[in-house]
Design a protein around this ligand. Structure first.
Ligand code: FES
Ligand code: FES
Length: 180
């Protein structure tokens, strides 16, 4: 049995403690937003926040996260990262969608420690594999989310951006011919 907090809810997993966190989240907790890609820690599709740090859930056992706080894509918005999700949509940085939850988690972890990352820092932090070439839009989305988070932080007079509600990100411009 393993006890941990998932998306602010204390959970008790009555499973073999060596079960990968990814399977516990998906199959037992029904949190299927965290995806299975490679299963070997390479692709980033299964990223979750563990005490605020982006970690691949396929490489962690339940025993390794005993007593820790795990945030999945389902809980990301409640932790002050709506700006990340909104910016991914606004910059059209979502293609297949399968990789997006892990990308959003990696981006949130980066912006929590550095809301104004350089392109080099973005490339280093977002190692998620995406075959559709979305990385330039992804970098734009992360810069956009960082700007929104910095605005909120400045307004609130605190550097604790991770726990501040983000400023709304403008919506994607309507497609030509679409009704406004
Ligand atoms: S499924 Fe975990 S890193 Fe690919
Ligand atoms: S978003 Fe999935 S392959 Fe690029």
């Amino acid at each position: 049995m393993s006890r941990l907090t998932v998306n602010d809810r204390p959970l008790e997993f009555r499973m073999d403690p060596q079960t990968p966190l990814l399977w516990a989240l998906r199959d037992a907790a029904n949190l299927t937003g965290t995806k299975y890609g490679c299963g070997s820690g390479e692709c980033g599709a299964c990223m979750v926040l563990v005490d605020g740090e982006a970690r691949p859930a396929c490489q962690l056992s339940l025993a390794e996260v005993e007593g820790r706080a795990v945030t999945t894509i389902e809980g990301l918005g409640d932790h002050g990262f709506e700006a990340v999700q909104q910016a991914l949509v606004a910059e059209q940085a979502i293609q297949c969608g399968f990789c997006t939850p892990g990308i959003a988690i990696s981006a949130a972890a980066l912006l929590a420690r550095n809301a104004g990352p350089s392109d080099v820092e973005i490339r280093a932090a977002i190692a998620n594999i995406c075959r559709c070439g979305v990385h330039p839009r992804l970098a734009s989305a992360i810069r956009r989310a960082g700007e929104a988070m910095r605005r909120v932080s400045t307004t609130a007079g605190t550097a604790d951006v991770a726990h501040q509600p983000p400023a709304p990100v403008p919506a994607t411009p309507p497609v030509r011919g679409e009704q406004q």
